[in-house]
Every structure is written in structure tokens, then in C-alpha cells.
Write a protein that binds this ligand. Structure first.
Ligand code: XMP
Length: 478
């Protein structure tokens, strides 16, 4: 056997402090390029897992300057609708507002707005001509669910409207002057051309740090697999204007993945494509040559992963990131360090080792915005978190296609992930503030005012067992 290499994880190394010209943490720039066309203000990506990222998480992280990747463990329509929710929420002009016909009932209107998470609906005729607005209040105060929408809506003649292409300033003036919540945009013939809500426009003004596309809408990614209708799924997500697609399987260095990258790239040559997960430079070369623009690095470091124990395969995460990032840079593509991040210091180490961004599951699973449910234990709050190769996640996946799952199919599953819970951590905003604060400080210890400088300046030292306990064994918080 060839001499065995040593593989290191984040806890095995520290960044050596260096002479610094950085005056304050605030002057440190954490922006990063995920692909040639996607720039982020912060290098943080909540994982594409069903207890981590749906539209609510994606909206919250994009507002902070990162990007969320919608998980793929739902129908194509479901994933498309999650992408659309993100795209609608950040824009100050909603291009295709939800609408309903005047003869629909209040109950139908309520269902439609609840399903899509909106507070009101435009009322239109068959040619999409504006007839009125049905607000949240109109629906709430209607005593009769069977009442027609036309009876409770505010009719067109009482509405203030704008023209398509209205400037942000003019829209603000109209909203302010008439104390409006919603400003429908209609063309000369009265046909609906968009909607501006005061909530979106004010949020947009307040949040200059949001990660947005060319039209000013929040960035969002969506994931696909490599089986069945994955190319059609990719096309549907592209049609919904997802900004990036993540082709995500447990073992990415596989011929099926290489073929899938080629198929997706052939169909959607301009769509930025992330592929993974992988852990070696050989895999970087193969997947980059197939057309991937960015690669996800990590085989088995995740907190809900038992791949290494079940299969005996994996790669210590710090070594995997350092090796793969170097190979990726040679190939002109970027990397995401995925899994195993427990605290902000790990993020700094991953970025210093060469990653362009980090993906995190367990940390984001504990926030208000994750889809997981709350659990109360010993007077403490937790949120559900499960590996996507866990038994429960496997069964849920089978249930997407059929309502009854054959017990034999359940018996055949060999899980490589666990179903667990993580402590509740508050909002994404609060968590990101703490994480990025730690990263900025770590960068200043390395004398780096940008991520490029961090990668250039970084010098690591390897820890002995006693140095590791000196670093990590601290007094417990009371
Ligand atoms: P963290 O440590 O941030 O890791 O919770 C999130 C990453 O873990 C990966 N993942 C899995 N890996 N079995 C695995 O071996 C699983 O069931 C599983 N589910 C998620 C994934 O890369 C994710 O981003």
C-alpha cells in the first residue's frame, strides 16, 4: 500500500495570526463570486435539504447577501412555486401578480392567497383586464364564504393604478400620497402589467445588502438529481428564473453525474450549474471538464451524515476543501465547502483553504425560517433536522411519487443519514450577523480585507491533541 496521506478536519488546524493593516472589522469585504455571473455579499448558503431551505429561508438569506438553494424533495411544480415565491418577494415590481376571476367565491380566493402566501389578489376578466382588488381584509370581513369576489372587492374605478415601467420614485410618491398597500400597474387597455406593494418597495430601500438579479429580484438557486425527469425539472426551474441550478447527489464523482452535467448544460448552456458532492482533485477535473461552473465539496462531514460509518468512505473536510479548491482554481471554476461547519471559525478556515462559499445545514436548520417543525424538550426549544439520506427522508421521497409505499421498499433502504433535532437559534438575520462578524474578525487576524487576500495570506498550523483541547475545551455557557 502507498504511504497513507494524513487527512485533516477543521478542528485539526488553526489560522496563524498575521500582521494586519485592517483597522476595523467593518472595513472587511466578505463578497464572493459563486460563478462568473453570480456575486454574493456574504459567502453563506443554507443547504438544499428539506429541513433547511424552502422559499422562506431563501428569501431571508438573500436579504442578507447570500443565496438559498431550494431542495428537490418535492414535485417539480412545488419546487417551481418555491422559486417563484422568492422571485416575487424581493422585486419591487411583481411581474405576474396572483389574480382571480370576479365570479369566484371568497373561499376560493382565500385558498388561493393562503396557498401562495400573498395578502391580496387582483381581480381580472378573461383577458387579464383589471376589475378590482380583493384585499386580505375584504376576505377576512366577508361573513359568507360562498359570496362572490365581485361583491366584496374594491372595484377598478376606486383604485389608484400606475403604468408599466413606472420609476421607483414615482411609485413611492403614489403609495405615500394615497396611503396605498398595493399599486396595480395596467397598460393603456387596462390589462394588468404588474403590481407594486409598499412592503416590497420599503424593504428594498432598507436592504441595500440583498443579493439580487439584474431585475432587482432576490437571487435563488434550486436543486435537481440525476434520475428520471431531471432535465425537465431543470428546464422548469430555469423557466421560473432560478439563478443557479445545483445538481446534487451523495457521490458526485460518478459517470451518471458527468452525463447529467452534460445533458443539463446542453439544454441550458447559460444556466450556472453547481455539481457535487465530491472530495478529490480528480473529481474536480472530471466534473469541471463536463461543464460544471462550481462544485460542492464534502463527503460525509455533515452533522446528520453517517456515510463514513455506514460505507467506510469519505474524506476529512479540511483536506478535501483545500485539495479541491486548488484544483478548481486551476480549472477556472469555484467551490462550495459543504457540511461540517459548527461555528464561524470553521467558515473562515474553509474560505482560507480556498472555498468560495460555504454551505450549512444544521446551523440554518435551527432558525425561524427553516421549514422544520419545533420540538420542546426539557424546557428548551429545538427544530427538526434530518439528513437527506435518512430513513424518514427516503420514505418521504418515495411518497412524492406514490401515496402508499410498499413495506419491502422501506426494508430495502440503507440510511446514510440520521433524523434528529438542533437547538433553536432565532432568526437568520441574527445568526448571519454572528457568523459574519466572526469571519470578518478572523480575516482581520490574517491581515486580509477581502476573501482573495485571505486565501493569499492564510497560513495554517496543525494542532496536537493538547493544542486542540486548549482551543476547543472551554467552560460551558451558563
Ligand atoms: P451540516 O454539517 O451543515 O451539513 O449539517 C449539511 C450537509 O450534509 C450533507 N448531507 C448528508 N450527508 N448523509 C450524508 O452523508 C445524509 O443523509 C445527508 N444529508 C445532508 C449535505 O451535503 C448537506 O449540505
Amino acid at each position: 500500500m502507498d504511504e497513507l496521506r494524513v487527512g485533516l478536519s477543521y478542528n485539526d488546524v488553526l489560522l496563524i495570526p498575521r500582521r494586519s493593516r485592517v483597522e476595523s472589522r467593518r472595513s472587511v469585504d466578505t463578497s464572493t463570486r459563486l460563478t462568473k455571473s453570480i456575486k454574493l455579499g456574504i459567502p453563506l448558503i443554507p443547504a438544499n435539504m428539506d429541513t433547511v431551505t424552502e422559499s422562506r429561508m431563501a428569501i431571508a438569506i438573500a436579504r442578507e447577501g447570500g443565496i438559498g438553494i431550494i431542495h428537490r424533495f418535492m414535485s417539480v411544480e412545488g419546487e417551481v412555486s418555491e422559486v417563484q415565491r422568492v422571485k416575487r418577494s424581493g422585486a419591487y415590481i411583481i411581474e405576474n401578480p396572483y389574480s382571480i376571476g370576479k365570479d369566484a367565491t371568497v373561499e376560493e380566493a382565500r385558498e388561493l392567497s393562503e396557498k401562495n402566501g400573498v395578502s391580496g389578489l387582483l381581480v381580472v376578466d378573461k383577458s387579464n383586464k383589471l376589475l378590482g382588488i380583493l384585499s386580505d381584509r375584504d376576505m377576512r370581513f366577508s361573513r359568507n364564504d360562498g359570496e362572490k369576489v365581485s361583491k366584496v372587492m374594491t372595484p377598478r374605478q376606486k383604485l389608484v393604478v400606475g403604468r408599466p415601467g413606472i420609476s421607483m420614485d414615482d411609485a413611492l410618491d403614489l403609495l405615500d400620497k394615497h396611503r396605498l398597500e398595493k399599486l396595480p400597474l395596467v397598460d393603456r387597455n387596462g390589462i394588468v402589467a404588474g403590481l407594486i406593494t409598499s412592503k416590497d418597495i420599503y424593504r428594498r430601500l432598507k436592504s441595500e445588502k440583498s443579493a439580487v438579479d439584474k431585475k432587482g429580484r432576490l437571487l435563488v438557486g434550486a436543486s435537481i438529481g440525476t434520475k428520471g425527469d431531471y432535465v425537465e425539472r431543470a428546464q422548469a426551474l430555469a423557466d421560473a428564473e432560478a439563478d443557479i441550478i445545483v445538481l446534487d447527489v451523495a457521490h458526485g464523482h460518478a459517470e451518471s453525474v458527468i452525463d447529467a452535467i452534460k445533458s443539463v448544460k446542453k439544454k441550458l448552456p447559460d444556466m450556472p450549474l453547481v455539481a457535487g458532492n465530491i472530495a478529490t482533485p480528480e473529481a474536480v477535473e472530471d466534473l469541471a471538464s463536463a461543464g460544471a461552473d462550481c462544485l460542492k465539496i464534502g463527503i460525509g462531514p455533515g452533522t446528520a451524515c453517517i456515510t463514513r460509518r455506514v460505507t467506510g468512505a469519505g474524506m476529512p473536510q479540511f483536506t478535501a476543501v483545500a485539495d479541491c479548491a486548488e484544483a478548481a482554481r486551476r480549472m477556472g471554476i469555484s467551490t462550495i465547502a459543504d457540511g461540517g461547519i459548527k461555528e464561524s471559525g470553521d467558515i473562515t478556515k474553509a474560505l482560507a483553504a480556498g472555498a468560495d462559499a460555504v454551505m450549512m445545514g444544521s446551523i440554518f436548520a435551527g432558525t425561524d425560517e427553516s421549514p422544520g417543525y419545533f420540538i420542546r424538550r426539557d424546557n428548551m426549544k429545538y427544530k427538526a433536522y434530518r439528513g437527506m439520506a435518512s430513513l424518514g427522508a427516503n420514505i418521504s421521497r418515495k411518497r412524492i411519487d406514490k401515496s402508499v409505499v410498499d413495506p419491502q421498499e422501506v426494508f430495502d433502504i440503507v440510511p446514510e443519514g440520521v433524523e434528529s433535532s438542533v437547538p433553536y437559534r432565532g432568526s437568520v438575520k441574527e445568526i448571519v450577523y454572528q457568523l459574519i462578524g466572526g469571519v470578518r474578525s478572523g480575516m482581520s487576524y490574517c491581515g486580509a480585507s477581502s476573501l482573495d487576500e485571505l486565501r493569499k495570506n492564510a497560513r495554517f498550523i496543525r494542532l496536537t491533541n493538547s493544542a486542540a483541547s486548549e482551543s476547543y475545551e472551554k467552560l460551558a455557557e451558563r
